[in-house]
Design a protein around this ligand. Structure first.
Ligand SMILES: *[C@@H]1O[C@H](CO)[C@@H](O)[C@H](O)[C@H]1NC(C)=O
Ligand SMILES: *[C@@H]1O[C@H](CO)[C@@H](O)[C@H](O)[C@H]1NC(C)=O
Length: 351
């Protein structure tokens, strides 16, 4: 081989070495700077709200065990890129449920049925699970809950809105600030009026308020949607929020709720929270219309909530049958469950 060629080979080998070193350096820099959240100075707090736990440290699911509810929920979560933790629900004795129904003085309201007491105690158990792990924040979902296919985008918009509404400073990088015990994301009623201190913001996934479906026991809730138009939501302090479909708790919020709701003294867990928010025993933020709502199986099978089932109201639906027939989710424009299970958006009634 001519010496000239040898020289060229050596030169290109040297170049290769430099190139390889540069690549290794780039990979290390990427791993340490880009992947390390503390160093991601150019990322916005809202970006975390679009992560696989929607900006909370964990998403935990209140569930009595595998059923159509959890199967649909897991499918929706997979479709949306969401990580769920579905812990095993510890057993409750009849004696415990009975004692809880009777707790507190006679002058205060008590859980209205066995189902309400059982559901309440299960909520307390899952909140203890959050406290034991010392989570910074956690989102609790009921296992029949559903959301829009664009939920991650909605959570980012909510992050901006909550931070602005609570005057969160730039130095606080948390996606939703720290001025709340409870962030009510999935509910079935919350009045919002012109005289409410609130922040209206744009979210294309918000439905037409005229088509809002109110539960039959709160028909008034759709009457108080002042200023909301299609594509607009509001963030405000909790005034009269009902249904615990999806509730996020901060670390201190979880402890406060255990103390506040751990003594019974109301008709159901969500009513206890509603009254705590109203009277400022708890610091609550609510988004309206809600970002999560429970999925309703096809009407011919009837919807049986776990609370109603525990109260022995309604008969057991034929699960295997209705799992193959599309239901719908009120107030959610493009249902993630329906997308994942039926490749449809399941327009709810009136949508
Ligand atoms: C999502 O963001 C939150 C808030 O920054 C964080 O606590 C959580 O660990 C993140 N989730 C994942 C899966 O990284
Ligand atoms: C609330 O304010 C909006 C916009 O200013 C107005 O259109 C609406 O009529 C008001 N509603 C009530 C009930 O005052």
């Amino acid at each position: 081989m001519a010496p000239y060629l040898k020289l060229r080979q050596r030169l290109s080998f040297n170049r290769l070495k430099y190139f390889a070193a540069a690549c290794i350096f780039a990979i290390i820099t990427y791993r340490y700077v880009y992947r390390n959240p503390a160093l991601r100075l150019w990322s916005k707090p809202r970006d975390a709200a679009g992560n696989s736990t929607l900006g909370f440290q964990k998403i935990v699911v209140l569930s009595e065990g595998p059923s159509w509810r959890t199967r649909g929920l897991k499918a929706a979560a997979k479709y949306s890129g969401i990580d769920l933790d579905i812990p095993i629900q510890p057993p409750l004795t009849d004696e415990m449920i009975h004692a809880f129904q009777k707790m507190g003085p006679a002058s205060v309201p008590h859980p209205s049925g066995r189902g309400e007491a059982k559901n309440w105690l299960s909520f307390l158990d899952i909140i203890k699970y959050i406290v034991i792990q010392d989570l910074e924040s956690a989102l609790i979902l009921e296992d029949d809950v559903d959301w829009d296919v664009f939920i991650k985008n909605s959570m980012k918009l909510l992050s901006d809105a909550v931070r602005e509404f609570t005057w969160t400073g730039k130095e606080d990088r948390s996606p939703y600030g720290r001025s709340w015990d409870l962030l009510w994301i999935g509910h079935c009623a919350e009045p919002t009026r012109n005289d409410t201190r609130r922040l209206l913001y744009d979210d294309p996934s918000a439905l037409h308020p005229g088509k809002y479906i109110a539960p039959h026991w709160f028909p008034w809730s759709r009457e108080y949607m002042d200023g909301l138009t299609p594509g607009k939501r509001s963030v405000q302090r909790g005034q009269h929020t009902d249904c615990s479909f999806a509730i996020a708790l901060s670390r201190h919020g979880a402890i406060k709720v255990l103390k506040f709701a751990g003594k019974g003294e109301d008709t159901s867990f969500d009513t206890r929270l509603k009254n705590g928010c109203k009277k400022k025993d708890l610091s609550c933020l609510v988004v309206t219309p809600e970002l999560m709502h429970h999925y309703v199986p096809p009407a011919e099978f009837g919807h049986i909530s776990t609370v109603a089932a525990a109260n022995e109201r309604g008969s057991r639906a034929e699960e295997e049958e209705f799992e193959h027939i599309m239901g719908n989710t009120p107030n959610i424009l493009r249902s993630a469950r329906c997308k994942a299970l039926f490749d449809s958006t399941c327009p709810g009634p009136g949508q």
